[in-house]
Design a protein around this ligand. Structure first.
Ligand SMILES: Cc1ncc(COP(=O)(O)O)c(C=O)c1O
Length: 393
């Protein structure tokens, strides 16, 4: 028998931050075993099913053997054309499907790979904190140096670009922004996007706008595409996803759109690491993009009711928070005297409620917890009842 070798992990793995949710996961499991009825508001995964016509389109596509081979690297032209149609309809933005659209295995895949195309070791990438953790880790994997842009309540959770030191801006290759924002629920807007374009042009920085939540918005608010702003296509790309818009997180399909050279660079990385998205999934994606108007408003009505119910309950329990205009997250300041982790533990042990500690999204998330609205109204009502009984304020 051979001798067991010593498995040494690569530094990029060893240097990853510790898994902040490990302790919460352990406690959650322990309580479940004891029979406690846990309400999980921790995950941002829609509970509602994918629209049935999208499922039907998939069934039909999977019966067609021509979908069974390796897909094209850039994505089927048919899918990229549907993306371009959708952008025109939804944002009044023109895209050339042959050069300005790239199919992704979910937007996470594109976000994770883009630094490999544009960041050399030692280059800076500007990332928001709190923020979706992939921006930072993907930068580190490429040997880049993440510079954290703080999102604070005072700044309406928008980065203050004027505070980025000029020498760092000079070294920066990428800037990640994300509006509507996970985890804060904040929204961007024309003025902010214009500032980003100006900043990026001045310092020669590629803008990566993560637009995963543009379709989850309430009270008649319609989030913008970054590409609606003049000059945006000259400086960047937008990452999109069918995941949150159509309850398709498990299907793994998204896309990047915008600057042709950036799309080309990202595509080059992808041809070397993956072989594209199953064509049956892309055909179902075409159906989803084309049936957008009918299916989508019903989904939003459900989230809006859930948002109203939970914000009301949290206010009654003594928390101060605004109703977010977009995303299915509530970003809640923890009561004075608690850290994010301590308060998450209290919620779990005293109310059986799982929330995500804000510090899991970066330093600036300390002092907050995030709750997702991705469970049924009935369960949210139960969560609301427990929160009212918590008396932490
Ligand atoms: C801000 C943000 N961007 C991107 C993603 C990735 O979504 P997907 O890979 O399913 O398209 C998520 C998922 O939670 C997210 O919250």
């Amino acid at each position: 028998m051979g001798k067991t070798i010593a498995i040494a992990k690569a530094k990029r793995i060893e240097e990853l931050p510790p898994y902040l949710f490990a302790e919460i996961d352990r406690k959650k499991e322990e309580m479940r075993k004891r029979g406690v009825d846990i309400i999980d508001l921790g995950i941002g995964d829609p509970d509602l099913p994918t629209p049935s016509r999208v499922v039907e389109a998939m069934k039909k596509a999977i019966e067609d053997p021509s979908t069974h081979s390796y897909p094209s690297y850039r994505g089927m032209l048919e899918f990229r054309e549907a993306v371009a149609r959708w952008y025109r309809r939804r944002f009044d933005v023109d895209l050339d499907p042959s050069r300005e659209v790239l199919t992704l295995i979910g937007s996470k895949e594109g976000i994770a790979h883009i630094p490999l195309a544009f960041v050399d070791p030692g280059d800076v990438a500007l990332i928001p904190t709190p923020g979706y953790p992939v921006y930072r880790v993907a930068t580190l994997f490429a040997g880049g140096v993440p510079y954290a842009m703080r999102l604070t309540k005072e700044n309406k959770f928008l980065p203050d670009l004027s505070r980025i030191p000029p020498d760092l801006a000079q070294k920066a290759k990428l800037i990640f922004i994300n509006y509507p924002n996970n985890p804060t629920g904040a929204v961007g807007g024309c003025e902010f996007f214009e500032k980003v374009v100006e900043f990026a042009s001045e310092h020669n920085i590629i803008v990566c706008h993560d637009a995963a939540y543009t379709e989850v918005a309430y009270d008649g608010y319609r989030p913008l595409s970054f590409l609606e702003v003049e000059g945006a296509k000259e400086v960047g790309v937008e990452f999109h996803s069918l995941s949150k818009t159509y309850n398709m997180t498990g299907w793994r399909v998204g896309f990047a759109v915008g600057n042709e050279e950036v799309i080309e660079g990202l595509g080059k990385i992808k041809t070397n690491v993956d072989s594209g998205v199953f064509e049956a999934v892309q055909r179902a994606g075409v159906e989803a993009l084309d049936c957008y108007d009918e299916e989508h408003s019903q989904i939003l009505e459900i989230y809006q009711r859930r948002r109203d119910l939970m914000v009301e309950a949290l206010r009654e329990a003594g928390f101060e928070l605004e109703k977010p205009l977009a995303t299915f997250y509530l970003w809640i300041e923890v009561p004075r005297g608690y850290t994010s982790t301590e308060f998450t533990t209290l919620l779990l042990t005293k109310a059986g409620i799982v929330a995500t500690p804000g510090n899991g999204f970066g330093e600036e998330g300390e002092g907050y917890v995030r709750m997702s609205l991705t469970i049924s109204e009935e369960r949210l009502r139960e969560a609301a009842r427990r929160l009212r009984g918590l008396k932490v304020r």
